[in-house]
Write a protein that binds this ligand. Structure first.
Ligand SMILES: Cc1cc2nc3c(=O)[nH]c(=O)nc-3n(C[C@H](O)[C@H](O)[C@H](O)COP(=O)(O)OP(=O)(O)OC[C@H]3O[C@@H](n4cnc5c(N)ncnc54)[C@H](O)[C@@H]3O)c2cc1C
Length: 409
């Protein structure tokens, strides 16, 4: 009898996991269960080129259509995993099908927080997670003159940039003082504020949303300070929450995500978690972290798959993500929840710079904006916990590699 490995959640993490199982020579049964109707695809284009209509549907998929059949992966689309019994090792799908597994990967991702304010159910109030959300939003934008974006996080900022690039009149509402303040802080968040203002977006900062108003469809947004902003469409991007319910009902330890050890195994032996849903113990940080980014799903899926095969590998990559807004591209690496200060290498006003978040003389995270090929040296400074001097760090003429002790003069 061959083993059965099941992956619940057909997003990036799940798709890369099944690919890795076959690459590693696993010849047992593999099933990939996804509640969307699409085969696994990448979400980053949904707020960027695909939303703008600059790229075709075919470009977003993780694998060609035939990949799953060619690799003998049972791809069950439009099927939701609804019950999990970790003692009996069974997973039940919403059509009543009952699957026995030897190893299970939970890669159920995350879903948008929904606002519960008056008018939330009006037509034209949209969220963006799936390609069908994106198709619906894109369709609305095709016929709209104005958009209000609620929430200036990454997705809100990218949607604002894409809509503005398409020529819409765009207003962003954000209760914090600058966009992305929670992740980047005031100084770097202000760079993004200025980028949007320069492109003609109205940034209503320090201002929340009280209600959506209209007859049947949204016509205006009522702000927390009593203003009314007319609009044809609203895009809400106020964060996501991990889809932990299946694990939680099965008695698996959960909190912010499904708890996993550094090998991505959950509290239930033989059950693993990867991607946005996993709150995994990180050996470098010595704490459990949950990362909601593409590269994390891309890399954790394969590690989980190898560990389903008993390899015992720790997942120890540093968090990494990217964002593109207008002509401003950036990569961020590291993990900084709190910091003492931010040091800039280069002038942020030129929109070609690196920012570093520091605690004491250690770098926690770095972000390169329109400066490329520096992620490796930044990661090295973080990983080796190099003690840095602010003045040298800020000096663009001093190569980043020269700050690490091995190359120090
Ligand atoms: C619009 C948008 C833009 C983004 N841009 C960037 C970016 O620029 N850079 C970056 O680093 N990251 C970006 N991200 C984040 C990145 O896409 C996610 O981190 C990544 O998709 C996580 O992959 P995942 O496989 O863990 O989860 P998901 O992509 O959420 O996939 C999980 C899948 O499992 C399905 N599922 C859930 N529960 C069940 C169940 N019980 N049974 C069956 N199926 C189930 C879900 O429907 C989903 O299809 C973006 C995300 C969005 C939405």
């Amino acid at each position: 009898m061959t083993d059965t490995f099941i992956v619940a959640g057909a997003g990036m993490a799940g798709a890369k996991a099944v690919e890795t199982l076959r690459e590693e020579g696993f010849d047992g049964r593999v099933a990939l269960i996804g509640d969307e109707l699409e085969r696994p695809y990448e979400r980053p284009p949904l707020s960027k080129d695909y939303l703008r209509g600059d790229s075709r549907r075919e470009t977003i998929y993780v694998h060609p259509e035939r990949f799953y059949a060619d690799h003998d992966v049972e791809l069950r689309l439009g099927r939701r995993a609804v019950e999990l019994d970790v003692r009996e090792r069974t997973l039940v799908l919403d059509d009543g099908e009952w699957l026995r597994y030897d190893r299970l990967l939970l890669a159920t991702g995350a879903e948008p927080h929904r606002l519960g304010i008056p008018g939330s159910d009006l037509d034209g109030v949209r969220y963006l997670r799936s390609v069908s959300d994106c198709d619906a939003l894109r369709e609305r934008l095709d016929h709209a003159g104005s958009l209000v974006v609620v929430g200036a996080g990454w997705i809100g900022c990218e949607v604002a940039a894409s809509a503005r690039t398409r020529g819409l009149d765009v207003t962003v509402l954000e209760p914090q003082a600058v966009p992305l303040e929670r992740v980047l802080g005031r100084d770097v968040g202000a760079v993004y504020r200025d980028v949007h203002v320069d492109h003609g977006v109205r940034m209503r900062l320090g201002c929340g949303v009280a209600a959506f108003e209209g007859t049947g469809a949204v016509e205006r947004v009522r702000t927390s300070d009593g203003d009314a902003i007319d609009c044809d469409v609203v895009a809400v991007g106020v964060g996501v929450r991990p889809r932990i319910e299946l694990a939680e009902r099965a008695g698996i330890a959960v909190g912010d995500g499904i708890h996993a050890d550094q090998r991505l195994e959950t509290s239930a032996p033989g059950v693993f978690a990867a991607g946005d849903v996993a709150g995994a113990q990180h050996p470098f940080y010595d704490e459990r972290i949950r990362v909601e980014h593409w590269a994390n799903a891309l890399e954790q899926g394969p590690v989980a798959a190898r560990n389903m095969l008993g390899r015992g590998l720790a997942y120890e990559r540093l968090p990494y993500f990217f964002s593109d807004q207008y002509d401003v591209g950036m990569e961020y690496t590291g993990y900084a929840r709190t910091w003492d200060r931010v040091v800039f290498r280069g002038d942020p006003a030129t929109r070609e710079f690196i920012a570093f978040w520091l605690a004491g003389d250690r770098i926690l995270a770095g972000m390169n904006v329109n400066v490329w090929d520096v992620v490796d040296p930044i990661q090295r400074l973080i990983r080796e916990r190099v003690a840095v001097d602010d003045r040298r760090l800020a000096d663009p003429d001093l190569p980043l590699g020269a700050l690490a002790p091995a190359e120090a003069s």
